[in-house]
Write a protein that binds this ligand. Sequence first.
Ligand code: DQA
Length: 146
Amino acid sequence: MADRYILLVHGPNLNRLGVRKPEVYGQRTLADVVELVRSTALPFGFDVIDRQSNHEGDLIDFLQQYGSGAHGIIINPGAFGHYSYALRDCLEDIDRPTVEVHISNVHRREPFRHQLVLSDVVTGQIVGLGLEGYRLATLALCQPKP
Ligand code: DQA
């Protein structure tokens, strides 16, 4: 199945989507996000393998296991995106097309959220567009390049 799947990776607290701060993150759940990515990738012939973890090492183990065989990676690292150099180094090592998504516009929030340490190892970033960011990330990875 090499190259015919998209990895969808979520970091800490994103299992609480729909419950945690709905005024910031909306009412939709993580299951809704997975379904959105799956249904967007399917017409292009891509399956989705997804993982959410509250533990940095779990995410790195998962990326090391499935990352190099993936067509592309969509990652919402949650707060790890602001400080996890371990996750950054892991993505650099895997070296696959990767889109980092943040549901909220982190640049309009607390200063500690303005730093995104994965920036120089990801292909692109989408912030502040809610769940639409995941749909756009999926299209960016799955659509044939012009
Ligand atoms: C988030 C933004 C992060 O700052 C925060 O820690 C999250 C969610 C987002 O999707 O907007 O957990 O990644």
